[in-house]
Design a protein around this ligand. Structure first.
Ligand SMILES: Cc1cc2nc3c(=O)[nH]c(=O)nc-3n(C[C@H](O)[C@H](O)[C@H](O)COP(=O)(O)OP(=O)(O)OC[C@H]3O[C@@H](n4cnc5c(N)ncnc54)[C@H](O)[C@@H]3O)c2cc1C
Length: 130
């Protein structure tokens, strides 16, 4: 199911969520689509947002001309020598931008490795740890 709207109450409940307008969904061609006519209402007095994230904002990657992978992230490998480089010269990608929404430990690791590759790109060699 997907949420379409939070419906506030009236009177003393004005400004407080009291109902959730929802609908059923199905997957078609890799996208979540509303099932026509499946709307329904749920009573609610507390709503917890458990939000997932998808790829980075596409317009930023498009502005640079950076190719995206199948999941919409900046397309770049992680190999030693040449890793983290995108298809656009001098543009490198690491962390959530490259691997998608993930963990901070991955972002730290990729940041360090990307720094090493940027150093190699600029200096021709690198002594930075991988
Ligand atoms: C709500 C939430 C909870 C999380 N909880 C955890 C957790 O408990 N444990 C865990 O391991 N991970 C957690 N994560 C994931 C973790 O925060 C990320 O994986 C990590 O921060 C990614 O680091 P990053 O450097 O790749 O990207 P980010 O930390 O997103 O850094 C990107 C930076 O780029 C900047 N930026 C964006 N656009 C531009 C622009 N156009 N110009 C200049 N700067 C720009 C942003 O302001 C930001 O500072 C959580 C993430 C979220 C959103």
């Amino acid at each position: 199911m997907a949420t379409k709207a939070f419906v506030p109450g009236t009177g003393k409940d004005k400004g407080k969520v009291r109902q959730v307008q929802a609908c059923r969904v199905e997957w078609k061609d890799g996208r979540m689509q509303e099932v026509p006519g499946s709307e329904f209402m749920l009573q609610a007095d507390l709503v917890l947002l458990a939000m997932g994230f998808v790829h980075p904002v596409g317009s930023v990657l498009d502005a640079f001309g950076v190719q995206r992978d199948a999941r919409g992230n900046a397309s770049a490998g992680t190999e030693d020598a040449g890793g983290y480089a995108t298809n656009v010269p001098k543009v490198f990608a690491a962390g959530d931008m490259r691997r998608g929404q993930s963990l901070v430990v991955w972002a730290i690791r990729e940041g360090r490795q990307a720094a090493r590759e940027v150093d190699r790109f600029l200096m021709g060699s690198t002594d930075l740890p991988r």
